[in-house]
Design a protein around this ligand. Structure first.
Ligand code: F6R
Length: 613
């Protein structure tokens, strides 16, 4: 969370830093700030509470044309969103400016040292003390990079940090400590850029290198050097990154979320590129394991957070059904602290759109220590998750800008389907006729997802009727259960409506007490082996005067006259139902949020990449 940007070169840095912040705003948007500095203009600092536009308004017409600068867009951890708590933070003499992403765990102790000497801190952040520590070392005559290494040794936690010294115009130093918060460095012509992720650099360069945990960078317009924590020089490889810049624009859509929902037919089309029906085979790029290693697996553990965990729950069904390997799903944050029993025959599959979610990275480290084979499903080239796992299956959806995940969930579910089919074939547990049937069925999914998008006017109409309710229940069984969780999550995050997702079988064990005419229920009821049970659940809700919005299979008549709203979904193979069924969940949440005037792409309190615990 939080986005950081730096530029040093020959062009005015202000507009470049602000544009970079615009591209990182999805990482946090409760305040923003910028520091510009060079020989001619000294150190200029501006900060503003609220979204980046407030900062832009504040600095309009006053930005000096300095050729170096750093910037920050914040997601508050320590101290409320305010001008004082916005970054950059300075030391008392105004010599050092820092921007930071992550958490300094021992900042109280570090601050105490200065407070004892009568120092005054202007913010409540854990960051400000870093500027004090750096300035203290610079006053002792240390070089800026050495000072940064020293500070990183003192400040415990996992974070990324950029720092500048007004007395060394044009020089930016960067640190990456632990697994939270990436830093990517872009190499341009007579200029260098730094950012939390690739998206901010792409308009300027595709030649990039990533800072690894424990690495430090010394960046000038005409020079670039890397060292480790002991100050030893490191040689880094520079890669040319492909990235679709056009995809990062909203185009004809009112919001990124809507655009990304509408991109899903292409997303699934792309994720199917390894599927061929004759002979039935799925080739998964990025799966690094030999057939012998796959046959030796005894268990699969899938980890992720939020929407990615919901995709993992669908993946568990696929792994068990097609590969017949015992599979379990864990929330990464629980997994990492539970002391999970793991061994070298446990395949760990992590799902992370960003590849930077701190809990998922920590879970992956836990698996690495246990010697587990690991594959990650990720959308961000070069992200930390891709460097921990043995292999990466890329989602390749193009950038997902809306904070609420949509297309990356669809891609993850389909890639898990492909992985399960591949594992099943190699292990001989998947009947070739079932493999062929699943592959053929999967090839129809792009059209079915496209047909699901055509339900949008109907969902907008339902949204209009239900947007004033304050509580919702989502129920599903089997493959519908992760969808119930996802539907509730989407609604909560974009519309701020309280929504609960439950396995429908659980309803009578508590949630039923909530049901009355003020709490509508979304029932996910495809015609599968548990359809009759879902039907009973719908009856039970109606008997308690609850309204029901039912999502059913194409041609289903059994809920007519029973549910208040019936939405027929396009026909699709039951195993692939989640790929189609998730689309109306997304559209319903989107349209309810729009009806309520919510900030759909940047919901309050959230950030796209969660790099703090
Ligand atoms: C919900 C959402 C989050 C993310 C979660 C994991 O719409 O976007 O729940 O799914 O923060 O993020 P990644 O996939 O980047 O690890």
């Amino acid at each position: 969370m939080c986005g950081i940007v730096g530029y040093t070169g020959t062009r005015p840095a202000g507009p470049i830093v602000l544009e970079g912040l615009r591209r990182l705003e999805y990482r946090g948007y409760d305040s923003a700030g910028i520091a510009l500095f060079d020989r001619d203009h000294g150190l200029f600092v501006a900060r503003a509470t609220g979204k980046l536009d407030r900062l832009i308004q504040r600095v309009e017409g006053t930005l000096p044309p300095a050729v170096a600068g750093i910037g920050h867009t914040r997601w508050a951890t320590h101290g409320e969103p305010s001008d004082q708590n916005a970054h950059p933070h300075l030391d008392p003499s105004g010599r050092v400016a820092v921007v930071h992403n992550g958490i300094i765990e021992n900042y109280h102790a570090l601050r105490a040292r200065f407070l004892e000497r009568g120092a005054v801190f202007l913010s409540e952040t854990d960051t400000e003390v870093l500027a004090f520590l750096l300035a203290e070392r610079l006053e002792r005559g240390e070089d800026l990079l050495d000072a940064l290494r020293g500070v990183a040794g003192e400040a415990q936690g996992a974070y990324a940090l950029l720092a500048v010294d007004a007395e060394e115009p044009g020089r930016i130093v960067a640190a990456r400590v632990g697994n939270a918060g990436g830093i990517v460095i872009g190499l341009g012509d007579g200029e260098h850029l730094l950012a939390s992720d690739l998206g901010a650099l792409i308009p300027h360069t595709r030649r990039v290198t990533f800072l690894e945990p424990g690495e430090f960078a010394d960046v000038r317009a005409d020079g670039l050097a890397f060292v480790d924590a002991d100050g030893r020089t490191i040689e880094k490889t520079v890669a040319v990154q492909p990235y679709d810049v056009v995809a990062a624009a909203k185009g004809r859509f009112r919001h990124f979320m809507l655009k990304e929902i509408h991109e899903q037919p292409e997303t699934v089309q792309y994720a199917l590129h390894g599927y061929s029906p004759d002979p039935p085979r799925v080739v998964m790029d990025g799966l690094p394991f030999s057939d012998a290693e796959i046959r030796a697996l005894t268990r699969v553990v899938l980890i992720g957070m939020g929407t990615s965990m919901h995709a993992a729950m669908v993946g568990r069904h696929y792994i068990e059904r097609f590969a017949r390997i015992p599979a379990e799903v864990d929330n990464s944050a629980e997994f990492r602290y539970r002391g999970p029993v793991l061994d070298e025959h446990t395949l760990v599959i992590s799902i992370s759109q960003s590849g930077e979610t701190v809990d998922t990275l920590a879970g992956m480290e836990e698996a690495r220590r246990a010697g587990c084979p690991q594959v990650t499903i990720c959308n961000t080239p070069g992200a930390q998750a891709t460097r921990i796992a043995h292999g990466t299956v890329y989602m390749r959806t193009g950038p997902e800008i809306a904070v609420a995940s949509t297309k990356t969930m669809v891609a993850s579910m389909l890639l898990l389907h492909g992985i399960a089919l591949h594992l099943g074939r190699v292990r001989g547990t998947l009947d070739p006729s079932l493999a062929r049937q699943q592959i053929e069925a999967a090839l129809h999914v792009p059209a079915a997802v496209g047909a699901a998008l055509e339900l949008e006017p109907r969902l907008a109409e339902i949204a209009d009727r239900y947007s004033r309710y304050e509580d919702f229940l989502f129920l599903g069984r089997g493959l519908g259960y992760p969808l119930a969780l996802e539907g509730a999550l989407k609604l909560k995050e974009v519309s701020y409506i309280h929504a609960e997702g439950y396995a429908a079988g659980e309803m009578k064990h508590g949630p039923i007490a909530l049901i009355d005419e003020r709490m509508p229920t979304v029932a996910i009821a495809p015609h599968d082996e548990v359809f009759d049970k879902m039907l009973s659940n719908i009856e039970q809700v109606r008997a308690r005067h609850g309204s029901v919005i039912a999502f059913v299979s194409h041609g289903e008549r059994a809920v007519d006259g029973l549910a208040n709203e019936v939405v027929e979904l396009p026909a699709v193979d039951p195993a692939l139902f989640p790929l189609v069924g998730v689309v109306p969940m997304q559209l319903l949440a989107y349209h309810i949020a729009v009806q309520r005037g919510a900030d759909v792409d940047q919901p309050r309190n959230l950030a796209k990449t969660v790099t703090v615990e």
